[in-house]
Design a protein around this ligand. Structure first.
Ligand SMILES: [Zn+2]
Ligand SMILES: [Zn+2]
Length: 91
């Protein structure tokens, strides 16, 4: 009977694990940004446009970056003045 939990001790396995981890982190970050967009849109459609950007916004946390909202759906913000990672916009 084959072992149902083969041990991946090779470097390829480790690299795959790292890639999967990065994938999960990116997916989680984009989920947060998407949820904030959705929540902010919900408030705006209810006429509640005034809310804390720190609470529901996705401004860039990178020091000295003035990007106020994440643009795009990928790893990095597509705003030309920003180009920082999605993670910088999700905290
Ligand atoms: Zn940005
Ligand atoms: Zn930025």
């Amino acid at each position: 009977m084959p072992d149902p939990h083969p041990v991946r001790s090779d470097l390829v396995g480790a690299a795959h694990a790292g890639a999967r981890r990065a994938d999960r982190e990116r997916n989680a970050v984009l989920l947060v940004i998407g949820a904030r967009r959705e929540a902010a849109g919900m408030l705006a459609s209810n006429g509640l446009a005034e809310f804390s950007d720190d609470f529901l916004g996705s401004r860039c946390r990178k020091t000295a970056c003035s990007c106020g909202k994440y643009v795009g759906e990928g790893d990095f913000c597509e705003r030309s003045t920003c180009r920082h990672s999605a993670g910088q916009h999700a905290t």
